[in-house]
Design a binder for this molecule. Structure first.
Ligand SMILES: NC(=O)c1ccc[n+]([C@@H]2O[C@H](COP(=O)([O-])OP(=O)(O)OC[C@H]3O[C@@H](n4cnc5c(N)ncnc54)[C@H](OP(=O)(O)O)[C@@H]3O)[C@@H](O)[C@H]2O)c1
Length: 320
């Protein structure tokens, strides 16, 4: 990445801020696209090391202007409205088109207008694109998303598939499992759980038997960089996860053990039926990119808890 002009959308978000840190360490010239009015707490420490472009990805002209100005060599598209679309309704579907699909198409359109196209675009997709399909999730399966967020991201994946042969640059969707790490919003279960345990408060795990593929953000950043460096036009979609899905009960008990907090403060809801599981098959990432997650849940949680200066509690206002 040394000297490469890298554009990161969503750079002030949870994963984008970690990616930005890493790109700076690798010597890239980082251009961060940040929505006007967005909170920049997560990247404040890097403000003098990056170029910030205030642009709303839903504004097609602003996206084009930004891309023409930056002329990026590598693009990481992590800017997405992650707070809306957890419902399955026509209204949520409309919002997902506006918030997720149109920005992606505007970005691709602007990049296609450059006289020198980027070497690669790596875009964050989500395990939520799979929905109601057999486990473990394989890239080749016919997806059946259960909410507008998953459907909106999947629609983007399908548009990219339709455009792939026409574009002057490859776009790879990295379908991320549920990502955790320092700086994640407390709207999510894991950071909220950690905060409660550290504060000695009670915490309810409503669905203790649900299983989730949880991946540490450092592993995700490793994967995004590797995919960018070793991009392969034949591989347009790859799962990035651990391939393991512990129950929420196991996750909570691990956090309590690592922190040394009182297990009596954990309260579990009744074993529900049926419980849900989200888990990706990650063998393609290994075959194509030689990547697999390096941290187990215990190691990832220990790393999260070892972050100094209360950084594990330093969350932005977004939902991650
Ligand atoms: N975290 C996970 O577990 C997870 C799992 C699977 C996939 N992903 C994907 O990974 C990507 C990053 O997720 P994250 O967890 O880092 O989310 P995040 O913390 O919410 O970050 C997303 C960033 O995108 C920005 N953004 C949203 N809409 C924008 C727009 N119209 N114009 C400009 N910026 C805009 C947000 O700005 P504001 O601060 O103004 O909202 C925010 O800074 C997303 O594509 C998400 O779908 C995340």
């Amino acid at each position: 990445m040394e000297g490469s002009v890298c554009l990161v959308t969503g750079a002030a978000g949870f994963i984008g801020s970690h990616l930005t840190d890493r790109l700076i360490r690798e010597g890239a010239k980082v251009h961060a696209v940040i929505r006007p009015g967005s909170h920049v707490g997560r990247i404040a420490r890097n403000a003098d090391k990056i170029v910030i472009h205030r642009a709303d990805l839903e504004d097609r002209d602003a996206v084009r202007t930004c891309i023409e100005r930056v002329q990026p060599e590598i693009v990481f598209h992590l800017g997405a409205e992650t707070r809306a679309g957890t419902q399955a309704s026509p209204a949520a579907a409309h919002l997902s088109v506006k918030h997720l699909v149109e920005p992606l198409i505007s970005l691709v359109e602007a990049l296609e207008g450059l006289s020198v196209p980027p070497a690669v675009v790596v875009r964050a997709g989500s395990i939520a694109e799979y929905g109601d399909v057999p486990l473990p999730y394989l890239e080749g399966v016919r997806e059946a998303p259960r909410n507008a967020y998953g459907a909106g991201l999947l629609a983007g994946t399908q548009y990219l598939e339709m455009l792939a042969d026409k574009l002057a640059f490859p776009v790879i969707t990295a379908r991320l499992a549920l990502t955790y790490g320092p700086g994640q919003s407390h709207n999510f279960l894991l950071p909220a759980l950690v905060e409660a345990c550290l504060a000695g408060r009670d915490f309810d795990i409503k669905r203790p038997e649900d299983r989730r593929d949880l991946i540490h953000v450092d592993d995700v950043v490793d994967a995004l960089l590797l995919v960018a460096k070793q991009h392969d036009r034949a591989c347009r979609l790859v799962n990035i996860g651990t391939g393991v899905a512990p129950t929420m009960r196991q996750v909570a008990e691990t956090v309590v053990t690592l922190i040394g907090s009182d297990p009596q403060r954990l309260h579990f809801g009744p074993a529900q039926s049926p419980s849900t599981e989200l888990r990706s098959d990650t063998s393609l990432a290994w075959q194509v990119f030689g990547w697999r997650a390096s941290l187990s849940l215990e190691e990832g949680l220990a790393r999260l808890l070892s972050v100094g200066d209360g950084d594990h509690l330093r969350a932005g206002h977004g939902s991650g």
